[in-house]
Structures are given as structure tokens and as C-alpha cells.
Design a protein around this ligand. Structure first.
Ligand SMILES: Nc1ncnc2c1ncn2[C@@H]1O[C@H](COP(=O)(O)OP(=O)(O)OP(=O)(O)O)[C@@H](O)[C@H]1O
Length: 316
């Protein structure tokens, strides 16, 4: 098992109180697994990705554990996390491609990054060239400034850099959202190829785009208001979701070929609860058509079929 996250609680400290962004998150990621992480804006996807690599000054580890390849990941201990970063766990943050230093040529930037990570740039040079070729980039890209590259080229550069040290876990946060559809697919395919070639063992792919993740991910985990509501194979989540929230999320997806005359796309009525003072029990209960009295208690995440977890009193 690459990753084991158990009852993880990470809050943001604000002047108005703690924002319960991750409130008891539990899941495993098998060796070789690519997991899509989905859910409405604000459900905690980015916070989960960040928690696995670097807590910013407002984030507080309130409880729970993370294990990577059987070893504890000490997320609250900044110093102890340093050797793990990029070597064992790597993150491609949201908007990473626009964050490339505009004043440095790509090659120079990679050398600086490797030195900062304690790696002799010469030792990874051959591998760098091989991987650039693999994602369809000319070696000449190393002599260019970020502004001279297209969005898709920049995203591929970011992917190569973040996996150059063969981390066990890669977290990719909305890496395809600013790209056109065919480039999105090419980037997603390269990520799968990186996994297949063992450049990275397992991957968490954060996205709003369930149709893309359906094509590339092995599993999908759905979060709602800081809780995990369901995790299963990508096929099961899309074709046979069990949690009422996942069912509504999937039925809100447009079908290929449908037109507006055939029916307007309905969103999920209502909005998620605030996380400053979240309600007790199931956090979806106020929007759930199946809610009943028991939902005032938090439903545990249980394995309802092999490899299929759901947190709902009606499905457990
Ligand atoms: N720096 C911060 N200070 C306070 N609250 C924050 C901070 N960052 C995020 N939050 C809150 O934490 C919760 C989870 O946010 P997060 O960004 O992880 O969600 P998300 O699912 O990644 O959203 P999106 O899809 O829009 O990126 C939200 O309620 C958000 O308002």
C-alpha cells in the first residue's frame, strides 16, 4: 500500500475560528493506483493535497495519521518533511505552469531546483532528456523561457520536473483545467504513462472534470464538506454510485451529444455547509432527498462491497 490516510483532521486557523477543511478523512491508495479526487469547490481537495506535502502557516494538523510506504509522514514537523518532499511525495500545485519563473530559462531553472533539493544536476541529465522526449518535447525547450512555451508544453515541463526524482506519490492539482480538450487528454495520457513506467508509484489527480478522470483513473474518491463520502473504481463511481451526493454529482454531468432542448442540466440544489462551524452528523443531510433522523449522527465510511466505500446510513 503506497498511502494510508487515517482520520486526518487539518483546520485553517482564522480570526473567526477554525475552518474544518479536512475533518476525519480516511482512505488508502494502492501501489500503482491513480485516484481521481472529486467534489464541489471548497470540499477540501486542495487542502488534502497540500497536507500531504506542506502545511502553510494557517494550517493546523489537528489529528490523524498518514503513512507512505509503511512509514509515518510527519506532516506537522516541517524539518522532518524536508527529505520527503519531491523525493518521496511531489505536488503539482494549481496554476503551477503559470508559476514558472519567467526570468529563467527552463534548463537553468531545473538545475537550480535540483541543487535546492540536494541533487547533482549532472546525475539526472540523461533521464531529463529521456523524459522530455517521452512527453513529446524537443531538447531545445531547455534553452527557452517559459513565455516561449504553450500552456500544454509548460504543463509537460512541470510534470517532468515534479517526477524527476521518482517519488512514490504524485499529487496533481487541477493540472489540466487551463488546457484545451486535446491537450488535456495528452497530458492525462502522459501521466498514466509515467505511472506505467514507474517514474511515480501512485497518483492523486484532483479535478473538477469527472469525464477526464473516468478515462484515466483507476479509482475515484468523492469528498463533501471536509468528509470522504465515497470511494470506488472509476467505473463504479460513474455507473453505479451508491452515495446520494455522488449520484447527484454524476447525474449533473452533461451527456455526450445531448442538446439543451433535450433537457436543461440541473445542478444540485442548495449549497454545502460552512466549515467554520460545520453541522454534526452527515454534512450532506440538508440537501439529501433520502435524509432521515439517523443522519444527525455521522455515518462511518464502510466497505459496502470489495473496494467500494461509502459513508451513508442508507447504503451501509
Ligand atoms: N487559507 C485559508 N484560510 C481559511 N480557509 C481556507 C483557506 N484555504 C481554504 N480554506 C477553506 O477550506 C475549505 C476547503 O478548501 P479547498 O481549497 O481545500 O477546497 P477545494 O475542494 O480544493 O476547492 P476548489 O475546487 O475550489 O479548489 C473551504 O471551506 C475553504 O474556504
Amino acid at each position: 500500500m503506497t498511502l494510508r490516510v487515517n482520520d486526518l483532521k487539518v483546520y485553517y486557523q482564522t480570526l473567526r475560528g477554525d475552518v474544518h477543511a479536512l475533518d476525519g478523512v480516511t482512505f488508502d491508495l494502492a501501489d500503482g493506483e491513480i485516484m481521481g479526487l472529486a467534489g464541489e469547490s471548497g470540499c477540501g481537495k486542495t487542502t488534502l493535497g497540500k497536507s500531504l506535502i506542506r502545511l502553510d502557516s494557517r494550517m493546523k494538523h489537528v489529528g490523524g495519521t498518514i503513512e507512505l510506504d509503511g512509514k509515518n509522514v510527519p506532516i506537522a514537523d516541517e524539518k522532518a518533511m524536508v527529505p520527503l518532499r519531491y523525493h518521496e511525495i511531489s505536488l503539482i500545485p494549481q496554476y503551477a505552469m503559470s508559476a514558472l519563473n519567467p526570468t529563467r530559462k527552463i534548463g537553468r531553472m531545473i538545475k537550480d531546483l535540483m541543487k535546492a533539493r540536494g541533487v547533482d544536476p549532472a546525475s539526472i541529465e540523461d533521464e531529463l532528456h529521456r523524459r522530455l522526449e517521452l512527453v513529446g518535447l524537443e531538447q531545445d525547450v531547455l534553452n527557452r523561457f517559459p513565455i516561449e512555451l504553450s500552456g500544454g508544453m509548460k504543463q509537460r515541463v512541470v510534470m517532468v520536473i515534479s517526477t524527476l526524482l521518482n517519488p512514490s506519490l504524485l499529487i496533481a492539482d487541477e493540472v489540466t483545467s487551463a488546457l484545451d480538450v486535446s491537450t488535456q487528454r495528452a497530458v492525462a495520457e502522459s501521466m498514466v504513462e509515467f505511472r506505467d513506467r514507474g517514474f511515480v508509484k501512485s497518483m492523486v489527480f484532483v479535478t473538477h472534470d469527472l469525464s477526464l478522470v473516468y478515462q484515466m483513473a483507476d479509482t475515484i474518491m468523492v469528498m463533501y464538506a471536509g468528509h470522504v463520502v465515497e470511494k470506488a473504481s472509476a467505473k463504479t463511481i460513474v455507473n453505479e454510485p451508491k452515495h446520494p451526493y455522488t449520484q447527484m454529482l454524476i447525474s449533473a454531468l452533461p451527456e455526450v451529444g445531448s442538446t439543451e432542448e433535450q433537457g436543461r442540466l440541473e445542478g444540485i440544489p442548495g449549497k454545502p455547509p460552512g466549515l467554520l462551524d460545520p453541522p454534526t452528523g452527515c454534512r450532506f443531510k440538508d440537501r439529501c432527498p433520502l435524509a432521515f433522523s439517523k443522519c444527525s449522527e455521522r455515518p462511518p465510511l464502510v466497505e459496502i462491497e470489495p473496494g467500494h466505500w461509502a459513508a451513508c446510513w442508507k447504503t451501509g
